[in-house]
Design a protein around this ligand. Structure first.
Ligand SMILES: Nc1ncnc2c1ncn2[C@@H]1O[C@H](COP(=O)(O)OP(=O)(O)OP(=O)(O)O)[C@@H](O)[C@H]1O
Length: 310
């Protein structure tokens, strides 16, 4: 197995008496965009802040490239970048000055800073804004600067907390494209409560609910998390509702337009197989059959009601 880039073991954190996250175990050892998905208050920011060394966990350990962030934070932080929910920008600086300052904070050698600033401004589409005061930038450009400061030192991985929050639709698309480009040379962990965001960007989802991981898997697995329970069938010799209800496993029938019927069932795929078999035997002339999958929103709601790791 490849060397782990980030390893979270037994992470639990409480702010006062209440646990914000409990017993989180995650490991990342490849490039890609990993989504940390969860409703507001699920615990995403707490996990991100702990992973980035901003807060010390009540329990558990985090290593970055094998380096313990609590024991050796300066060394561990060389390998990571972080864009918090509120980007740490300085409005009175222009873009170039701010990125130079950010590179200094990252302890980059002085001689390497000008070239790194030029490179990151190019990567993030900021070169033409280099002299613009940050306070005068649009939301989308401010977010680009926030992302630029997180990757200026060429980290192995970068953590982006709600990176498209508050942006307009065009800015969202531009920032997503930038994140895709960054993921070609850097592992990205992205926190969001927006399903379309994970769908558009992520290879892998961890869903957090009430401080625990309730799902870990690919987008397709997430999409197929709820077993289908209805299908749409089109018959040229349409049977009656009663005839369809008599097919073993069918629990409900709804007439739709023209030749179409919606058929609900309990067991997948047995009920659908049985429906095809009976259709042939009774010459209902079944010409189309489509499974009706649950929406990602339905999966999100189902997982939001789940309590612990699967
Ligand atoms: N500084 C704090 N003091 C006390 N409780 C906190 C603090 N920060 C977060 N919490 C609580 O911890 C839980 C997890 O919060 P967290 O901010 O990690 O969730 P989140 O998934 O990032 O939510 P959001 O998407 O709204 O930022 C919530 O119940 C929140 O109220």
């Amino acid at each position: 197995m490849a060397e782990s880039i980030v390893k979270i073991e037994g992470l639990s954190h409480r702010y006062s008496v209440q646990w914000a996250v409990r017993d989180i175990n995650l490991e990342l050892n490849r490039r890609g965009i990993f989504g940390l998905l969860g409703a507001n208050g699920a615990g995403k920011s707490t996990i991100m802040n702990v992973v980035c060394g901003v807060i010390k966990p009540t329990r558990g350990s985090i290593t970055i490239k094998g380096i313990d962030i609590q024991k050796n934070p300066v060394e561990a932080k060389k390998y990571m970048g972080f864009l918090p929910q509120q980007p740490p920008l300085q409005g009175e600086f222009n873009v170039e000055e701010f990125l130079t300052y950010a590179a200094g904070i990252r302890l980059m050698p002085d001689k390497d800073i000008p070239a790194a600033v030029t490179e990151v401004m190019e990567k993030c589409g900021l070169s033409h804004m280099r002299e613009r005061l940050i306070k005068n930038l649009s939301g989308g450009y401010k977010q680009r600067v926030g992302i630029a400061q997180s990757i200026i030192h060429k980290p192995e991985f970068v953590v982006l907390d709600e990176p498209t929050n508050g942006l307009d639709p065009n800015q969202i698309l531009e920032v997503r494209q930038l994140i895709r480009e960054i993921s070609e040379y850097c592992t990205v962990i992205l926190s969001t409560h927006i399903l379309q965001e994970v769908q558009a960007l992520c290879d892998h989802i961890w869903m957090i609910n009430d401080g625990s991981v309730v799902f870990s898997g690919g987008i397709d697995e997430f999409d197929n998390y709820i077993a289908p329970s209805s299908l749409m069938a089109s018959f040229l010799a349409k049977p009656s509702k009663e005839e369809l209800m008599a097919v073993p496993g069918v629990t409900g029938v709804e007439e739709l337009d023209g030749t179409k019927m919606r058929v609900r069932f309990t067991a997948w795929p047995e009920a659908a197989e049985k429906l095809i078999e009976v259709s042939q035997a009774k010459r209902w002339r079944l010409v189309e059959i489509n499974l009706e999958k649950s929406s990602m929103e339905a999966v999100f709601i189902e997982l939001s009601n789940k309590q612990s790791q699967s």
